[in-house]
Design a protein around this ligand. Structure first.
Ligand code: PLP
Length: 412
């Protein structure tokens, strides 16, 4: 039977990213640092320019035309985010600076009100520092205790054998959807269901997932979910915190200032309704508008197709990497997201990244904001290649050739 689905023209899509034509150290750029930040398509760059050329003004309280335009564009972006992640209402979407600020907001506003000494916070050993340190600060303030779901080792899966026991007394369970070092895709729907059944409030760190696969907060069943615009083809400086309306309603504000109040007196104030209660000061209007364009762009391709492409590139990269003698790969071999962490024998990850850069290949080396996980894996750092839909198998071949040369150089 004929395939009725039109084939995705990845080469045409790649041409939407002007920066990918850059030359670096005299070579064509291979950009494999997408887990740190993605590149931006022309549609997003043009939308930002259009905003500053035709709509720029401050939002909400303006009565003049430009302020109306800016407000309409900003609030349209909020509605689009709600649709992008399947939220019930745009009121459940708080604009932040990024994933980190979203998690800090929950730890500060929800956590300080709801946690007391002896309560437990459950995280996993594969969390990014952004999903560890805010909870440590909360634990220090409240006397709550931190617990961790273990990671199985180089396979990079969560050890769920004692999950119910770990959930005992837990008020907050926070988990990453996709690990930025291991590429593990965690079963967040199942984990949130089990945590909620045990009475815990749940938060999903979707920094590595929101732009890579379809994410639906109501299907996941989480109370909070955070992600960053810059990792999903949007601008830096804008992010999203989703919060279930009843949770956000019951939370005190995070920061004080303009926008988040309904009335201010000299001694006390009353708060605005959600989500504005959590958006003190002038927001990143251009960022939200650019993020809107990024979400439209991604959904036009289809996040299911993007994820299939990511997985195909990761599988190909792992197959090619395993051709290099002694190279150690971290993370699961199956159901792997579009990134690969590895260590070349006897070569520090920073040397791998520095030498690869000389060949125009942008990797990342270090602890990837996963220091406790690195200690658990017994390495100071790894090198990481992270892919997005504009990357190609040919780029992986070039990367493998470069790694082969680095390996040869160090084994002389
Ligand atoms: N969580 C994960 C899993 C990440 O990979 C990152 C960034 O790399 C973050 C959180 C923090 O994101 P941001 O720096 O955009 O706040």
């Amino acid at each position: 039977m004929q395939d009725l689905q039109p084939k995705t023209d990845w080469a045409r899509i790649r041409a939407d990213f002007p920066i990918l034509n850059e030359r670096v150290h005299g070579r064509d750029l291979v950009y494999f640092d997408n887990a740190a930040t993605s590149q931006k398509p022309r549609a997003v760059i043009d939308r930002l320019a259009h905003y500053y050329l035709h709509e720029n003004s401050n939002v909400h309280r303006g009565i003049h035309e430009l302020s109306n335009r800016a407000t309409l564009a900003f609030e349209a972006a909020r509605k689009r985010v709600a649709q992008f992640i399947g939220a019930a209402s745009a009121n459940e979407i708080v604009f932040t600076r990024g994933t980190t600020e979203g998690i800090n907001l929950v730890a500060q506003a929800w956590g300080t009100k709801n946690l007391k000494a002896g309560d437990r916070i459950l995280l996993t050993e594969m969390e990014h520092h952004s999903n560890i340190v805010p909870w440590q600060l909360l634990a220090q303030r409240t006397g709550a205790e931190l617990r961790y779901v273990h990671v199985t080792g180089d396979d990079g899966l969560l050890d769920l054998s004692n999950f119910e026991a770990l959930l005992d007394g837990v008020k907050l369970f926070a988990v990453t959807h996709i690990s930025n070092t291991l590429g593990t895709v965690n079963p967040v729907r199942e984990l949130c269901a089990r945590a909620r059944a045990a009475g815990a409030t749940t938060l999903v760190d979707a920094a590595q997932s929101a732009g890579h696969l379809p994410v639906d907060v109501r299907s996941i069943g989480c109370d909070f979910l955070a992600f960053s615009g810059h990792k999903i083809c949007g601008p830096t400086g804008i992010g999203v915190l989703y919060g279930r309306a009843e949770k956000l309603d019951a939370m005190p504000p995070y920061q004080g200032g303009g926008e988040m109040i309904s009335r201010v007196d000299f001694q006390a104030s009353q708060w605005n309704t959600i989500p504005h209660k959590f958006e003190a000061g002038t927001p990143d209007i251009a960022g939200a508008v650019g993020l809107h364009a990024a979400m439209d762009y991604l959904d036009e391709i289809g996040r299911d197709k993007i994820f299939a492409h990511d997985q195909e590139l990761a599988a190909y990269a792992m197959q090619r990497l395993s051709e290099i003698d002694g190279l150690r790969i971290f993370g699961p071999r199956e159901n792997h997201a579009g990134l690969v962490s590895f260590v070349l024998p006897e070569v520090h990850a920073h040397d791998v990244v520095t030498l690869a850069d000389q060949h125009g290949v942008a990797l990342r080396g270090g602890h990837h904001c996963n220091q406790p996980l690195m200690r658990k894996l017994g390495v100071p750092s790894t090198a990481r290649a992270s892919f997005y839909f504009y990357n190609t198998r040919e780029e992986i071949d070039r990367f493998i050739d470069v790694l082969g040369e680095i390996h040869k150089f160090f084994s002389r």
